[in-house]
Structures are given as structure tokens and as C-alpha cells.
Design a protein around this ligand. Structure first.
Ligand code: ATP
Ligand code: MG
Length: 256
């Protein structure tokens, strides 16, 4: 099932069904314009994300990453162009946004209907490694655990598209690495398309099937990342890609 979020100036009016979407794309954003006052943040941007593809969106602060993510989430509308996204979407933000007055399980079950909601919530918590923590209050969880609950909450409704806005930026380095492994594992199991927004080059290389760089309101560069897990951590291919991405971001290549 696809839903088209149209901008004011979009000429196209039809909503194509999922099966008809060209090349099994989960996301088709075409000629997207978003401006705030005089400031054009997204300037005729095109982006597609394949079904079950994990795309990392990289760009400097203020370049429009969250703006694009909000359009894909359906929280905001473009001023021009069109955005076609699946019906079942979930968003994971930097802050876990858990309800402090609900236990972990209830936080995961928010929005779920049906007699199997409890079982599905428990299964989702187990999937992110939090079996046994169902009755924990958010304040009793570490930052990484709370973000795992947020991940479980995003995945429990079986989304076709998961949007992440700097989901691990607040976590320490080791926890972040574990979360990268978890996200790639969950992606394999759920077969969902994912867009991860970050300004961390190493995170991009760790996670992506494809890295897209946002610059001057458009996708200014893109790189398929066809590397084995170990090659993402060390080696010439990784270093070459890292240097290229840093150059794209206008940063000098620094070792380490
Ligand atoms: N609702 C809004 N009203 C006015 N300006 C906005 C609004 N939302 C975003 N902007 C502006 O649009 C630009 C892009 O913002 P956005 O939040 O998308 O950047 P970002 O790439 O996510 O940055 P960061 O990496 O710091 O999160 C910024 O200049 C911001 O001030
Ligand atoms: Mg942002």
C-alpha cells in the first residue's frame, strides 16, 4: 500500500498501488521542494529507496535532513513535488520519546490493537534483547536500553518503512556499535526499507546499503556500500569511502 503526499504544485494526482510502484521502490520522492520563508531547504530533490534497502542520509547540520525525514514520515508536506511512501511507517528519533508513566511493554504496545497486542509487544522487546524488562519504567533503563524500547515500538507494527533521525547520537561509542549490529539484524528479519539520518560518517559506513549525501537542497552524491561487516570496520575500501564522504561534507580527511 502506498500513499502519496503531494505538494501544492504537484501536477500528478493519482495514487499508485504498491504492486505498481516502479522497480519495487518503498519511497519515491520526486522534485521535492520545501522552503521556510525565503529559505529553500529542499530544492527539487529526488530520492528513491528500494524495498528492504537501508539508505543512510548524510549531511552537515542544518542542511535539511530532518526536514526530508519529516516529509517522508508524513508529519510535514512539501511545497512542491511529490512524496510516495508506504502506508505503514515508523519513526525513531534521537531522544527515545518514551512515555515516562508507562512501563516498557506498554510503551511498545502504544497504538497496537487486538488481543495479540501483549504477545506482540513482548516479542518485539525480546527481539531487541530486552526480554524480562517488560515491567521496567523508562527512568530505570539506560540510554541504550531506552533506545531499544523505542526500536521495538517502531518495529512492532511491522512497518514497511522505518525512518531514523540520528537515533544513536546520544549513546556512547560501544553502545552505538551494538545498536548498529541490531539495526542490520532487524532489517534482515523485517525486510523493511530504512532511512537513517546521521552526520556521522562512520555510522553511515557501518549501516548503509547506500549512502546519499544531502547538499544544497538535493542529493549531491551517492555511494552503494557493498562491503562485508569486517570491511566496514577496517581496510582500504572503508578508508577510501570515508575520505570521499568527508570531502563531500567539506571536511578534511582526519585519521581515526
Ligand atoms: N519549521 C521550521 N520553520 C523554519 N525553519 C525551519 C523549520 N524546520 C527547519 N527549518 C530550517 O531548515 C533548515 C534545515 O533544518 P533541518 O532540521 O532539516 O536540518 P538538519 O540537516 O536535520 O540539521 P541537524 O543535523 O542539525 O539536525 C535549517 O536552517 C532550519 O533552521
Ligand atoms: Mg536534524
Amino acid at each position: 500500500m502506498a500513499r502519496r503526499i503531494r505538494g501544492h504544485v504537484s501536477a500528478r494526482t493519482e495514487v499508485r498501488a504498491g504492486a505498481e510502484r516502479a522497480g519495487a521502490q518503498a519511497v519515491v520522492a520526486t522534485d521535492v521542494v520545501r522552503r521556510f520563508g525565503d529559505r529553500v531547504v529542499l530544492d527539487h530533490l529526488d530520492l528513491t529507496i528500494g524495498v528492504a534497502e537501508l539508505v543512510v542520509l548524510l549531511g552537515p547540520s542544518g542542511c535539511g535532513k530532518s526536514t526530508l525525514l519529516r516529509l517522508l514520515a508524513g508529519i510535514d508536506r512539501p511545497d512542491g513535488g511529490s512524496v510516495e511512501v508506504p502506508t505503514r511507517r515508523a519513526v525513531v528519533f534521537q531522544a527515545d520519546r518514551l512515555l515516562p508513566w508507562q512501563r516498557a511493554l506498554k510503551n511498545v504496545m502504544l497504538g497496537l490493537r487486538g488481543s495479540d497486542a501483549d504477545a506482540r509487544g513482548r516479542a518485539a522487546l525480546a527481539e531487541v534483547g530486552l526480554e524480562g524488562r517488560e515491567r521496567a519504567w523508562p527512568k530505570q533503563l539506560s540510554g541504550g536500553e531506552a533506545q531499544r524500547v523505542a526500536l521495538a515500538r517502531a518495529l512492532v507494527a511491522d512497518p514497511e518503512l522505518v525512518l531514523f533521525d540520528e537515533p544513536f547520537a546520544a549513546l556512547d561509542a560501544i553502545t552505538r556499535l551494538k545498536m548498529h549490529d541490531l539495526v542490520r539484524e532487524l532489517r534482515r528479519q523485517h525486510h523493511a526499507a530504512m532511512l537513517v539520518v546521521t552526520h556521522d560518517v562512520d555510522e553511515a559506513i557501518a549501516l548503509a546499503d547506500r549512502i546519499v549525501v544531502l547538499g544544497h537542497g538535493r542529493i549531491s552524491a551517492e555511494y552503494p556500500v557493498d562491503l562485508a561487516p569486517r570491511e566496514r570496520a577496517v581496510g582500504a575500501a572503508r578508508e577510501g569511502l570515508r575520505a570521499q564522504l568527508l570531502a563531500d561534507l567539506g571536511l578534511a580527511h582526519t585519521a581515526g
